[in-house]
Design a protein around this ligand. Structure first.
Ligand code: SF4
Ligand code: SF4
Length: 258
């Protein structure tokens, strides 16, 4: 009883964490609502989503932004958010006649449903605590299916572990941006443009790094340099460290004397 009261206090009315309880859900081509949720959807996209999708499509991130994304003012007033741009018939641009055409690289929001994740980062010791909630849109008939899942099974099935670790890293950056680290330049000043480049346009950031020879400024192990040069996710991780150093002075990277 004490433990349950403690959990209920942390969340708004009606939101009860699933904990170890199971939930029933299945989504397949025989449900009557098949693909309803891929139409007219408000879907935020995050840095890792952009990398997966643009690599799936074998295009550059700037082209991806141009073709599939709208930049919006989201929950963070100090930094723009990105949303998937619906197509002319108000459907996700990756919805094909048979279903999702980017399924193995679909965004985290598509994988997570019907769960929602919240992270309590206020813990004074140990790791931040994560909670999962069951969402239930009335049009979604998947909840009436008989297959049962634990949260752990769902996360494994949807390959959400790396998405969640990327979401946690992104949350650190978003919190830093919310503190308005733009040195008085305001929105759309040079610092914010640089942060946008790192977070949302990884191929543009790679060009910028090469032009300015940024890697030469830092002491980095050879294997990390190789990985940054070859892999978008490693470059994003370096970019986050670099932004933390440049915007707040956090000692995330060691400068080389030149
Ligand atoms: S990415 Fe795929 S699963 Fe997600 S909304 Fe678009 S079509 Fe549906
Ligand atoms: S509405 Fe629910 S069951 Fe129907 S296709 Fe979407 S996720 Fe699957």
């Amino acid at each position: 009883m004490g433990a349950s009261n403690k959990q209920e206090k942390k969340f708004p009315d009606g939101m009860v964490p699933l904990g170890k309880k199971t939930f029933s859900f299945a989504c397949h081509a025989q449900v009557s609502c098949w693909l309803t949720c891929c139409r007219n959807v408000d879907m935020f996209l995050y840095p890792y989503d952009i990398i997966l999708l643009k690599n799936h499509l074998q295009i550059r991130s700037d082209e991806f932004l141009e073709r599939y994304v709208k930049v919006v003012r989201g929950p963070n007033p100090s930094f723009p958010s990105l949303m998937m741009q619906m197509n002319g018939v108000n459907a996700c641009p990756f919805l094909g006649p048979e279903g999702c055409t980017v399924y193995e690289d679909r965004p985290s929001a598509c994988r997570m449903y019907p769960l929602e994740r919240a992270v309590d980062r206020t813990a004074t010791k140990g790791r931040p605590e994560e909670f999962y909630f069951l969402t239930n849109h009335p049009y979604c008939k998947g909840h009436q299916e008989e297959k049962n899942w634990t949260v752990k099974e769902w996360l494994r099935d949807q390959k959400l572990m790396i998405h969640n670790s990327q979401a946690d890293r992104w949350a650190e950056m978003d919190t830093m941006f919310a503190a308005n680290p733009w040195a008085g330049e305001g929105a759309a000043g040079p610092r914010q443009k640089l942060a946008f480049l790192v977070c949302y346009n990884i191929d543009g950031f790679r060009d910028y790094m090469r032009d300015k020879n940024i890697l030469a400024d830092f002491k980095l192990p050879a294997n990390r340099v190789r990985s940054i040069e070859q892999d978008d996710l490693s470059l994003l991780s370096f970019g986050y460290d670099w932004l933390q150093l440049v915007l707040t002075g956090a000692p995330t990277l060691k400068r080389r004397k030149r």
